[in-house]
Write a protein that binds this ligand. Structure first.
Ligand code: TPP
Ligand code: MG
Length: 325
């Protein structure tokens, strides 16, 4: 159901204008509202205001809420990739609530920025972020992995608004992102392309062909973010096929590189805002993260790649995430 169907736009507009005068902070609205639909309308309205920027505290609150909803969704579905979801959620929140020029009411707008979740196994974190950003309804998260749901274990661009590319087979997001960035370059349009990949994923050779091509084509509208949680499926990256130093390798391929704390939203904001450190160079941001971030017993533990919490673990995780809010 369309989000506006319970209010006409003028009513929602007037109501939101009044609320915005009272407070420009999303977090204040959130506390004040109990009705989910009203909350969604207001979110949509706020995020569509060009002049509105969320402060770091509000982005952190949003990231905690997304972590909580991701956890609930995985627990309900009894499947998911919770470790890599928790490591990516601060990155997703910063992109979707600060950086990306996107409009949930026009998911296919030609001039939108593109984001590709190359580590597609963490689809649930993307769906949860898209739901909070207004691309899908929050209620739909309860259908994750259910028969006939469009919220599959890996994202599908033909089903879910806001998903740009089907991913899941690792090593394809960057090559596809290069095609998109080349298209923007050829058309002279200013939109940007962001790709988020895993560190284990970088063991796929296709990434390094893509890295060469991006530098060759001088794609300074392309940003690769590496979720550097140092774990892959079943093992540490270092013990499987060591990649360090990742930033130096991209630099050798002709990329501008930077490293940030991938859970520090202020650092992420600053790094994502820069179109490119050097004209003509694509950018690689190595985001140092922890798998399972935010939940003590999951953090930096290899088994939480796709383990599902039992009842006691779930309750403890909810408690920890709520205490942080
Ligand atoms: C081509 C391919 N090979 C294997 C897999 C199975 N697989 C799913 S997740 C994963 C580990 C990915 O590790 P990483 O990229 O570090 O992701 P994260 O730590 O963020 O979960 C593997 C091997 C896959 N999805 N695609
Ligand atoms: Mg990893």
């Amino acid at each position: 159901m369309n989000i506006y169907s319970c209010f006409d736009l003028n009513t929602a507009d007037n109501f939101c204008q009044r609320l915005i005068k009272l407070s420009r902070k999303y977090a204040d609205f959130r506390k004040a509202l109990t009705d989910t639909r009203l909350h969604e309308i207001i979110c949509l309205y706020i995020y569509s205001l060009e002049t509105f920027t969320l402060d770091v505290q509000t982005l952190q609150d949003m990231a905690r809420q997304i972590r909580l909803d991701d956890l609930k969704t995985v627990y309900r579905a009894k499947a998911g990739h919770i470790g890599g979801e928790m490591s990516a959620i601060d990155i997703l929140t910063t992109l979707y609530f600060h950086t990306l020029n996107i409009d949930p009411t026009q998911p296919n707008k030609p001039t939108r920025d593109r984001f590709i979740l190359s580590k597609g196994h963490t689809a649930c974190a993307l769906y949860t972020t898209l739901a909070h950003r207004g691309f899908i309804e929050l209620d739909e998260l309860s259908t994750f992995l259910q028969p006939h749901s469009r919220l599959n274990g890996h994202p599908n661009r033909n089903k879910v608004p806001g998903v740009e590319t089907n991913t899941g087979a690792l090593g394809h997001g960057l090559p596809i992102g290069i095609g998109m960035a080349k298209a923007a370059q050829l058309s002279g349009e200013g939109w940007r392309v962001f790709v988020l990949c895993g560190d284990g994923e970088l063991q796929e050779g296709s990434n390094w062909e893509a890295a060469m091509a991006a530098a060759h084509f001088k794609l300074d509208n392309l940003t690769l973010i590496v979720d550097h949680n140092r774990l892959q499926q079943g093992a540490r990256v270092h013990d499987t096929n060591a990649l360090a130093p990742i930033a130096d390798k991209f630099a050798a391929f002709g990329w501008a590189t930077t490293a940030v704390d991938g859970h520090d939203i202020a650092q992420l904001r600053e790094a994502f805002d820069k179109r490119s450190a050097t004209a003509g160079q694509p950018t690689c941001i190595v985001a140092n993260t922890f798998k399972g971030q935010g939940i003590s017993f999951m953090q930096d533990k290899v088994e939480w790649h796709h383990k599902v919490p039992n009842k006691e673990q779930y309750e403890q995780a909810v408690e920890e995430l709520q205490a942080a809010m």
